[in-house]
Design a protein around this ligand. Structure first.
Ligand SMILES: [Zn+2]
Length: 177
């Protein structure tokens, strides 16, 4: 919980690209921090989530999509697939080079967008379908800081679009994203 607190402090920080920083590097850096927070948060969510579908409020379901098919799967399974996907993508040095001076691949923003969109779905499921846990665990503030950061960051760098915001449009308006 302390780590979450520490991590969430960072999400109060800068969204704009710092001067002299390359955009891809800035996106990658922030994705690492977001994914770290997400894996901690997912452990907490796993303790309360037994939803049969990956819902985003009533009447809205996220399908797990691969190149072959779309499937309706339990939320806990969906979240685990998101974590595995993020880890696999971010651990691939062809996509996320860690050697200094090695450029990010063409299409990096598309990869970044897929990662952020899937992470956002985990947050949306938690926010719309598991509100009580945020107060029971006293993590509402940290959670919202991260969620708002994800939304603003995604919008600023065009990693998220209107369709991604749709299930929480009301809050997006309230938070003035
Ligand atoms: Zn659930």
């Amino acid at each position: 919980m302390e780590t979450m607190q520490l991590l969430s402090q960072k999400f109060k920080g800068l969204i704009e690209l710092p001067r002299g920083e390359l955009e891809d590097e800035w996106i990658a850096f922030n994705l690492f921090e977001i994914s770290e927070f997400t894996s901690l948060f997912a452990k907490l969510l796993a303790q309360v989530c037994s939803c049969q579908q990956m819902t985003a409020g009533a009447g809205y379901e996220y399908m797990w999509t691969t190149s072959e098919q779309q499937s309706s799967i339990p939320a806990s399974e969906y979240v685990q697939k998101v974590l595995d996907f993020v880890q696999q993508q971010m651990g691939d040095q062809k996509l996320f080079p860690i050697e200094p001076g090695v450029p990010f691949p063409r299409g990096f923003k598309h990869v970044a967008s897929q990662i952020l969109r899937r992470i956002l779905r985990v947050y949306i499921h938690a926010y719309l379908d598991h509100q009580p846990m945020l107060d029971q665990l006293d993590i509402r503030e940290q959670f919202c800081q991260c969620l708002i950061f994800v939304l603003k960051f995604g919008k600023k760098f065009e990693l998220l679009g209107n369709a991604d915001f749709e299930p929480i449009q009301l809050f997006v308006n309230q938070w003035k994203i």
